[in-house]
Design a protein around this ligand. Structure first.
Ligand SMILES: [Zn+2]
Ligand SMILES: [Zn+2]
Ligand SMILES: [Zn+2]
Length: 133
């Protein structure tokens, strides 16, 4: 009986110790996973946000006002949405306000719009990479 009890006590102690350790490990594992998950999400969010900031690409509605710049637009079809235009510097440029029938804002796309006419939010697709480095 006595040995049995000791054995049972040891088993209980062992069980408590192990379950205690397991709980700690489990908590640590959870914390670690949470950290990893939020860290990964944080990085992805930052990265995606910066990517989105690089180029506007705003889809223009029919008859939405937009701006064309003779110096910045690569051709006559390139436009900048009002928000982008108001946040960019076209001092001394030949700028025309227009109503577009569709398409999307070219701000931030160096193949359609001169980088000197990018707004402060869209500094081109390479800008995000430069920021991370
Ligand atoms: Zn825009
Ligand atoms: Zn822009
Ligand atoms: Zn311009």
């Amino acid at each position: 009986m006595f040995l049995g009890t000791i054995e049972e006590q040891w088993k209980l102690l062992e069980f408590l110790l192990w379950s205690h350790q397991d709980n700690n490990e489990y908590k640590k594992l959870l914390e670690w996973l949470e950290e990893l998950a939020s860290g990964g999400e944080g990085f992805e969010k930052t990265f995606v946000d910066k990517q989105e900031r690089g180029v506007c690409g705003r889809e223009m509605k029919h008859k939405e006002p937009a701006y064309k710049c003779n110096e910045c637009g690569v051709d006559g079809g390139c436009i900048q949405c009002v928000e982008c235009f108001e946040n960019s510097d076209h001092t001394g440029h030949d700028v025309k306000r227009t109503l577009v029938s569709g398409g999307c804002c070219d701000c931030g796309d160096p193949q359609s719009w001169s980088p000197k006419g990018f707004c402060k939010f869209h500094q081109g697709p390479d800008a995000s990479v430069k920021n991370i480095r």
